[in-house]
Design a binder for this molecule. Structure first.
Ligand SMILES: [Zn+2]
Ligand SMILES: [Zn+2]
Length: 243
Protein backbone atom coordinates (compact mmCIF):
# COMPACT_ATOMS: atom_id res chain seq x y z
CA UNK A 1 0.00 0.00 0.00
CA UNK A 2 2.86 2.43 0.68
CA UNK A 3 3.83 2.61 -3.00
CA UNK A 4 0.21 3.16 -3.85
CA UNK A 5 0.00 5.88 -1.21
CA UNK A 6 3.14 7.59 -2.52
CA UNK A 7 1.68 7.67 -6.02
CA UNK A 8 -1.55 9.25 -4.82
CA UNK A 9 -0.21 11.78 -2.35
CA UNK A 10 -1.36 15.31 -3.12
CA UNK A 11 0.46 18.48 -2.19
CA UNK A 12 -2.36 20.02 -0.20
CA UNK A 13 -4.91 18.58 2.21
CA UNK A 14 -7.94 17.53 0.20
CA UNK A 15 -10.26 18.99 2.83
CA UNK A 16 -8.75 22.22 4.21
CA UNK A 17 -6.09 22.82 1.48
CA UNK A 18 -3.28 23.21 4.01
CA UNK A 19 0.06 22.24 2.41
CA UNK A 20 1.18 18.83 3.63
CA UNK A 21 4.43 16.91 3.49
CA UNK A 22 4.54 13.63 1.60
CA UNK A 23 4.54 11.39 4.68
CA UNK A 24 1.95 13.30 6.63
CA UNK A 25 -1.22 12.01 5.06
CA UNK A 26 -3.39 8.98 4.42
CA UNK A 27 -4.93 7.82 1.17
CA UNK A 28 -7.68 10.42 1.29
CA UNK A 29 -5.05 13.14 1.07
CA UNK A 30 -5.92 14.68 4.44
CA UNK A 31 -3.69 16.61 6.82
CA UNK A 32 -3.41 15.26 10.37
CA UNK A 33 -6.08 17.56 11.89
CA UNK A 34 -8.56 16.62 9.15
CA UNK A 35 -7.68 12.92 9.51
CA UNK A 36 -8.93 13.09 13.07
CA UNK A 37 -12.37 13.86 11.63
CA UNK A 38 -12.38 10.72 9.46
CA UNK A 39 -13.50 7.40 10.94
CA UNK A 40 -12.62 4.29 8.97
CA UNK A 41 -15.16 1.46 8.97
CA UNK A 42 -13.64 -1.33 11.12
CA UNK A 43 -12.81 -4.66 9.42
CA UNK A 44 -15.24 -6.48 11.74
CA UNK A 45 -18.26 -4.42 10.58
CA UNK A 46 -21.41 -6.38 9.69
CA UNK A 47 -20.68 -8.28 6.43
CA UNK A 48 -24.30 -7.79 5.40
CA UNK A 49 -24.69 -4.04 5.61
CA UNK A 50 -21.28 -2.64 6.62
CA UNK A 51 -22.75 -1.31 9.85
CA UNK A 52 -21.85 -1.93 13.45
CA UNK A 53 -22.36 -5.29 15.09
CA UNK A 54 -23.22 -5.40 18.80
CA UNK A 55 -20.49 -7.06 20.85
CA UNK A 56 -23.02 -9.68 21.96
CA UNK A 57 -23.55 -10.95 18.40
CA UNK A 58 -22.64 -14.56 17.62
CA UNK A 59 -19.40 -15.09 15.80
CA UNK A 60 -18.59 -15.84 13.06
CA UNK A 61 -20.15 -14.48 10.91
CA UNK A 62 -21.23 -11.59 13.08
CA UNK A 63 -24.23 -9.99 11.43
CA UNK A 64 -26.23 -7.13 12.88
CA UNK A 65 -29.85 -7.67 14.00
CA UNK A 66 -31.14 -5.70 11.01
CA UNK A 67 -29.42 -8.05 8.52
CA UNK A 68 -30.57 -11.13 10.41
CA UNK A 69 -34.22 -9.99 10.41
CA UNK A 70 -34.14 -8.62 6.85
CA UNK A 71 -31.20 -10.06 4.87
CA UNK A 72 -30.10 -7.82 1.96
CA UNK A 73 -30.22 -9.25 -1.56
CA UNK A 74 -26.47 -8.70 -2.06
CA UNK A 75 -23.98 -11.13 -0.54
CA UNK A 76 -21.72 -8.68 1.30
CA UNK A 77 -21.18 -4.94 1.61
CA UNK A 78 -18.05 -3.05 2.59
CA UNK A 79 -17.67 0.70 3.02
CA UNK A 80 -14.44 2.60 3.64
CA UNK A 81 -15.30 5.57 5.84
CA UNK A 82 -18.11 6.43 8.23
CA UNK A 83 -20.23 9.25 6.82
CA UNK A 84 -19.58 12.00 9.36
CA UNK A 85 -17.09 14.74 10.30
CA UNK A 86 -14.49 15.52 7.65
CA UNK A 87 -15.49 12.45 5.66
CA UNK A 88 -19.04 13.79 5.32
CA UNK A 89 -17.73 17.08 3.88
CA UNK A 90 -15.46 15.25 1.43
CA UNK A 91 -18.16 12.83 0.30
CA UNK A 92 -20.71 15.63 -0.14
CA UNK A 93 -18.31 17.68 -2.26
CA UNK A 94 -17.54 14.63 -4.38
CA UNK A 95 -21.22 13.65 -4.64
CA UNK A 96 -22.27 17.14 -5.72
CA UNK A 97 -19.79 17.41 -8.56
CA UNK A 98 -17.32 19.70 -6.78
CA UNK A 99 -14.41 17.36 -6.14
CA UNK A 100 -13.76 15.17 -9.15
CA UNK A 101 -10.20 14.50 -7.91
CA UNK A 102 -11.48 12.63 -4.84
CA UNK A 103 -12.53 9.69 -7.03
CA UNK A 104 -8.94 8.55 -7.10
CA UNK A 105 -8.15 8.31 -3.36
CA UNK A 106 -11.63 7.04 -2.52
CA UNK A 107 -11.42 4.46 -5.32
CA UNK A 108 -7.97 3.36 -4.17
CA UNK A 109 -9.20 2.85 -0.62
CA UNK A 110 -12.30 0.99 -1.83
CA UNK A 111 -10.13 -1.34 -3.94
CA UNK A 112 -7.78 -1.90 -0.99
CA UNK A 113 -10.63 -2.68 1.43
CA UNK A 114 -12.36 -4.95 -1.10
CA UNK A 115 -9.09 -6.86 -1.63
CA UNK A 116 -8.34 -7.04 2.11
CA UNK A 117 -11.76 -8.45 2.93
CA UNK A 118 -11.98 -10.94 0.05
CA UNK A 119 -14.70 -9.16 -1.93
CA UNK A 120 -12.80 -9.46 -5.22
CA UNK A 121 -12.63 -13.26 -5.25
CA UNK A 122 -14.34 -14.62 -8.35
CA UNK A 123 -15.62 -11.21 -9.47
CA UNK A 124 -16.10 -10.84 -13.23
CA UNK A 125 -17.28 -7.25 -13.62
CA UNK A 126 -17.35 -3.91 -11.78
CA UNK A 127 -20.66 -2.05 -12.18
CA UNK A 128 -21.60 1.35 -10.70
CA UNK A 129 -25.04 2.15 -9.27
CA UNK A 130 -26.44 4.17 -12.17
CA UNK A 131 -27.21 7.86 -11.73
CA UNK A 132 -30.35 9.58 -12.96
CA UNK A 133 -29.06 11.03 -16.30
CA UNK A 134 -30.19 14.64 -15.67
CA UNK A 135 -28.52 14.64 -12.28
CA UNK A 136 -25.25 13.27 -13.65
CA UNK A 137 -25.26 16.00 -16.31
CA UNK A 138 -25.94 18.72 -13.71
CA UNK A 139 -23.07 17.47 -11.58
CA UNK A 140 -20.80 16.94 -14.59
CA UNK A 141 -20.13 13.33 -13.58
CA UNK A 142 -21.75 10.33 -11.94
CA UNK A 143 -19.93 9.78 -8.62
CA UNK A 144 -20.49 5.99 -8.49
CA UNK A 145 -19.29 5.66 -12.10
CA UNK A 146 -16.11 7.62 -11.34
CA UNK A 147 -15.48 5.42 -8.29
CA UNK A 148 -16.17 2.23 -10.27
CA UNK A 149 -13.61 3.25 -12.91
CA UNK A 150 -10.98 3.82 -10.21
CA UNK A 151 -11.78 0.53 -8.46
CA UNK A 152 -11.51 -1.26 -11.81
CA UNK A 153 -8.23 0.48 -12.60
CA UNK A 154 -6.74 -0.47 -9.22
CA UNK A 155 -7.95 -4.09 -9.31
CA UNK A 156 -7.48 -4.80 -13.02
CA UNK A 157 -11.14 -5.91 -13.31
CA UNK A 158 -13.31 -4.84 -16.25
CA UNK A 159 -15.88 -2.11 -15.61
CA UNK A 160 -19.09 -1.38 -17.49
CA UNK A 161 -21.29 1.59 -16.58
CA UNK A 162 -23.82 0.83 -19.32
CA UNK A 163 -24.97 -2.50 -17.92
CA UNK A 164 -27.60 -0.80 -15.75
CA UNK A 165 -29.80 2.27 -16.10
CA UNK A 166 -31.81 4.32 -13.67
CA UNK A 167 -35.31 4.43 -15.18
CA UNK A 168 -37.02 6.51 -12.49
CA UNK A 169 -35.74 9.74 -10.90
CA UNK A 170 -34.52 9.66 -7.32
CA UNK A 171 -36.94 10.95 -4.70
CA UNK A 172 -36.24 14.45 -3.42
CA UNK A 173 -37.92 13.67 -0.09
CA UNK A 174 -35.53 13.92 2.84
CA UNK A 175 -35.71 12.12 6.18
CA UNK A 176 -37.53 9.04 4.99
CA UNK A 177 -37.75 5.85 6.99
CA UNK A 178 -35.86 2.75 5.83
CA UNK A 179 -39.19 1.20 4.78
CA UNK A 180 -40.00 4.28 2.65
CA UNK A 181 -36.52 4.15 1.11
CA UNK A 182 -37.10 0.57 -0.03
CA UNK A 183 -40.43 1.60 -1.59
CA UNK A 184 -38.91 4.66 -3.33
CA UNK A 185 -36.25 2.64 -5.14
CA UNK A 186 -38.43 -0.31 -6.13
CA UNK A 187 -38.48 -0.54 -9.95
CA UNK A 188 -36.05 2.40 -10.29
CA UNK A 189 -33.32 0.36 -12.05
CA UNK A 190 -33.19 -1.82 -15.15
CA UNK A 191 -30.54 -4.07 -16.70
CA UNK A 192 -29.67 -2.85 -20.21
CA UNK A 193 -27.08 -5.51 -21.02
CA UNK A 194 -28.28 -8.87 -19.61
CA UNK A 195 -25.59 -10.60 -21.71
CA UNK A 196 -22.94 -8.93 -19.53
CA UNK A 197 -24.69 -9.93 -16.31
CA UNK A 198 -25.93 -13.47 -16.84
CA UNK A 199 -23.65 -16.06 -15.28
CA UNK A 200 -21.30 -13.42 -13.85
CA UNK A 201 -20.30 -12.28 -10.36
CA UNK A 202 -20.71 -8.52 -10.00
CA UNK A 203 -18.94 -5.98 -7.78
CA UNK A 204 -21.44 -3.15 -7.39
CA UNK A 205 -19.97 0.29 -6.58
CA UNK A 206 -21.79 3.15 -4.81
CA UNK A 207 -20.73 6.41 -3.20
CA UNK A 208 -22.75 6.52 0.02
CA UNK A 209 -24.80 3.72 1.54
CA UNK A 210 -27.50 4.76 4.01
CA UNK A 211 -30.26 2.20 4.48
CA UNK A 212 -28.84 -0.20 1.89
CA UNK A 213 -32.15 0.04 0.00
CA UNK A 214 -30.59 1.21 -3.27
CA UNK A 215 -27.81 -1.39 -3.24
CA UNK A 216 -30.33 -4.10 -2.34
CA UNK A 217 -32.71 -3.09 -5.15
CA UNK A 218 -29.90 -2.91 -7.74
CA UNK A 219 -28.56 -6.27 -6.58
CA UNK A 220 -31.99 -7.89 -6.93
CA UNK A 221 -32.29 -6.52 -10.50
CA UNK A 222 -28.83 -7.94 -11.33
CA UNK A 223 -29.69 -11.31 -9.76
CA UNK A 224 -32.98 -11.42 -11.68
CA UNK A 225 -30.95 -10.91 -14.88
CA UNK A 226 -28.86 -13.96 -14.04
CA UNK A 227 -25.93 -12.60 -12.01
CA UNK A 228 -24.45 -15.40 -9.91
CA UNK A 229 -23.47 -13.13 -6.97
CA UNK A 230 -23.47 -9.43 -6.13
CA UNK A 231 -21.10 -7.85 -3.58
CA UNK A 232 -21.06 -4.13 -2.84
CA UNK A 233 -18.27 -1.67 -2.07
CA UNK A 234 -19.04 1.94 -1.10
CA UNK A 235 -16.93 4.98 -0.26
CA UNK A 236 -18.96 5.84 2.83
CA UNK A 237 -21.65 4.42 5.06
CA UNK A 238 -24.11 6.40 7.10
CA UNK A 239 -24.53 4.47 10.33
CA UNK A 240 -27.79 4.60 12.26
CA UNK A 241 -27.56 6.17 15.68
CA UNK A 242 -28.46 2.94 17.37
CA UNK A 243 -28.09 -0.62 16.15
ZN1 LIG B 1 -6.81 19.43 6.36
ZN1 LIG C 1 -25.95 -5.65 8.98
Amino acid sequence: MSRLADALLPRACSSCKTPISSRQTDLLGLCDPCCIGVTLVPPDACPGCGGQVPSTADSPPRRCPRCISRPPTFERLKAVVVYGGTARDLVLRFKHGKAFSLARPFGAMMAAVAARDGLLEGIDLVVPVPAWPARAVARRYSPPARLALEVARMTGLPCDAKVLARVRPPSSAAHTSPRQRYEQVRGAFAVRRPDKVSGHAILLVDDVVTTGATASEVASVLLAAGATRVVVVAAAISLPDEV
